[in-house]
Design a protein around this ligand. Structure first.
Ligand code: TRP
Length: 310
């Protein structure tokens, strides 16, 4: 059984480096804020991937072969996926789409939209954490997995490798997994993407505390916390933290817990690894895939790869 929000908050806030798990970002407000992040001028990931799909959707659909099932990890509003689904359905109308997302409301509204747009599509939506993929999806018809955006970067390298191996076990030889990854870039480019002028990234990060207030009876005063996002060059990742602006003690009623924070102490909320192409190659090979094709956006900051099961 997956652990609950309450369990993870209790454990995370008792560690010496306090942490909250990033999949809890996505309640309804969090998903809406993330959709806003995707529109920000500073955040290039979503536009880059949208461009890749716009220019290459028929090539990508052809490379998928003729899957009977497309499984998407962390489907969100599936905006980018629509173009690909359209290209696949044009080649072959009998298709089942299996979106997996932790936000049940978004999953439902997205599925309804897609059914209106693609009446022949069958949708088996699953509201769950995709790290449980092995228990959610069984081996079956010819399948393509989609893992878009920079989600793979939100997993530590070991966890990313483990997830890819789980997916490989579900797939048959010759089936594919399409993965997006944000490529390494200079600090001056990558840091602003997580520190936008409008403050949406800050709101998205702070919403984790607001969610604890809403759902667990927390008493976090958001004005006493700051958003901090920086490139950790040694580890090759952006790190997101919430910084306590002063020494404080915060009660969380339903956990019967008091959280003490020093001035400047942080709660670590997410990592976003930026990949080198050679690392991606290794990651694919270790999990039993070969990268057969890849597409980069025109600014070459982002890559979508077709990993084929060997
Ligand atoms: N998955 C997104 C990423 O790694 C998450 C994200 C974008 C994020 N902007 C953020 C997380 C700002 C915290 C704060 O790009």
């Amino acid at each position: 059984m997956r652990r609950s929000f309450a369990d993870d908050v209790r454990d995370g806030l008792q560690k010496s480096q306090k942490e909250l798990q990033p999949w809890y970002f996505y309640d309804s407000l969090g998903s809406a804020l993330f959709a806003a992040i995707c529109e920000l001028p500073e955040y290039t990931i979503t536009r880059a991937e949208t461009e890749i799909f716009r220019l290459n959707n028929t090539t990508i659909a052809r490379a998928f072969g003729s899957p009977e099932r497309i499984v998407e990890l962390g489907s969100g509003d599936a905006h980018k996926t629509r173009q690909l689904l359209e290209a696949v359905i044009t080649r072959q109308p009998r298709l089942t789409y299996v979106p997996i997302d932790v936000d049940g409301d978004l999953l439902e509204s997205t599925s309804r939209d897609l059914l209106v747009r693609f009446p022949s599509l069958r949708i088996d939506a699953i509201c769950a954490d995709y790290r449980d993929i092995a228990s959610l999806i069984s081996a079956g018809p010819k399948t393509v997995f989609l893992f878009f955006g920079s989600s793979i970067g939100n997993l530590d390298p070991d966890a990313a490798a483990a997830l890819l191996r789980e997916i490989r076990r579900i797939l048959g030889r010759g089936d594919s997994l399409s993965v997006g990854a944000d490529l390494q870039k200079p600090k001056e480019v990558v840091e602003p993407a997580y520190n936008d002028a409008l403050g949406v990234s800050a709101a998205f990060n702070l919403n984790l505390l607001a969610r604890i207030n809403r759902e667990l009876g927390g008493h976090f005063d958001l004005s006493k916390f700051a958003h901090r996002a920086f490139l950790n060059e040694d580890k090759g990742r952006m790190e997101m933290h919430l910084v306590s602006r002063e020494r404080q003690v915060v009660a969380i009623d339903s956990l019967s817990m008091q959280v003490s924070l020093e001035k400047s102490e942080t709660i670590h909320t997410e990592n976003s690894y930026k990949y080198a192409e050679s690392d991606l190659d290794l990651l694919a090979r270790d999990a039993g895939f070969a990268i057969e094709e890849s597409w980069r956006d025109s600014r070459t900051g982002f890559i979508d790869m077709l990993m084929v099961a060997r």
